[in-house]
Design a protein around this ligand. Structure first.
Ligand code: UDP
Length: 314
């Protein structure tokens, strides 16, 4: 297959580039590098099966030759980005999804949308199943991201229904691992960065809110299987092992030997109180479930951030 991965220089996009190349496909990565980083794909320079195009996917996408699949992973995705780039997030979810689907229509390609657990908002149903419609505040600070992805899902289904495009929608839950930005503002890079610098970890609220963290390698395997399946409706991919943010902070301090402890800071507005995927659908139709434990994945992630910090300090 010849696949286009938008957001190909980002955290998940770049790992997907690697996976598709390893499995014998040709990959075109597209990224405007506002949150993606060229270092994530630098090791692919010189690979004949890999091409990089620096472009904003909200503009017309021109690709010469055949395209068999488009994986639309371009979007700033961290809560700090929700404040810094709300218009870019809305544009890439709306205009970018439209351009990527238009390309699929022109090339007869399959489309896979990177959607999110944020479509469930601050959920009133726990754990979250795909048939839950969500509890989203459209005008809150998370609204830009949540509504962009909800619109993107609607656009994807419209192209499927009206133009018969083969489409897939993955709802991604919290994912972590090497190639996350150290300054991305999400809980994993924040806590690990703080712990490695010997600073106290900043727990927002009382830390009783929960998340379920999936290691990137498990996640991209699930995405690959979804693309190859014939499931049109959304599928949750994530790790159902749920942990409170306070417990997670304690775990990072234990794993890094950080003695600076924890400080409590105000909880950002609309921060979801609970989040955990129901993955029975992925188990059933993709025969997929995560394999990497939180400790194992965090060991790799801590090692990665340690290298980045040492590099930054010269
Ligand atoms: N969080 C925290 N301290 C931090 C960063 C995040 O306590 O330094 C909390 C945040 O309030 C949320 C959870 O950790 O409840 C996960 O936050 P993240 O930014 O990773 O993404 P979210 O899952 O909220 O989209």
């Amino acid at each position: 297959m010849r696949v286009l991965i938008t957001g190909g220089a980002g955290f998940l996009g770049s790992h997907l580039c690697d996976l598709f190349l390893q499995r014998g496909h040709q990959v075109i990565a597209m990224d405007n590098l506002i949150t993606g980083n060229i270092r994530n794909i630098a090791h692919l320079a010189g690979n004949d099966n890999f091409t990089f195009i620096k472009q904003d996917v909200t503009e017309y996408i021109y690709i010469a030759g055949p395209v068999d699949a488009v994986l639309h992973f371009a979007s700033p995705a961290s809560p700090v980005d929700f404040i810094q780039f709300p218009i870019k997030i809305l544009k890439v979810g709306a205009l970018g999804t439209h351009k990527a689907l238009g390309l699929c229509k022109a090339k007869g390609a399959r489309f896979l949308l990177a959607s999110t657990s944020e479509v469930y908002g601050d959920p009133l149903v726990h754990p979250q199943r795909e048939d839950y419609w969500g509890n989203v505040n459209p005008i809150g600070i998370r609204g830009a991201y949540d509504e962009a992805k909800r619109f993107a899902e609607a656009m994807t289904m419209a192209y499927h229904r009206q133009h018969g495009i083969e489409t897939r929608i993955v709802r991604i839950f919290n994912t972590y691992g090497p190639r996350m930005r150290l300054d991305d503002g999400r809980v994993v890079p924040n806590f690990v960065g703080q712990a490695l610098r010997g600073e106290p970890l900043t727990v927002y609220g009382d830390g009783s809110q929960t998340r379920s963290f999936c290691y990137y390698a498990d996640l991209i395997e699930g995405i690959y299987r979804l693309l190859m399946s014939d499931e049109v409706e959304p599928v949750n991919i994530g790790n159902p092992e749920e942990v409170s943010i306070l417990r997670f902070a304690q775990l990072i301090n234990e794993m890094t030997g950080n003695r600076a402890g924890i400080v409590f800071q105000p909880l950002p507005p609309n921060d979801p109180k609970l989040r955990r995927p129901d993955i029975s659908k992925a188990r059933r139709i993709l025969n997929w479930e995560p394999k990497v434990s939180l400790e194992e994945g965090m060991r790799e992630t801590i090692a990665y951030f340690k290298d980045r910090l040492e590099e930054a300090e010269g």
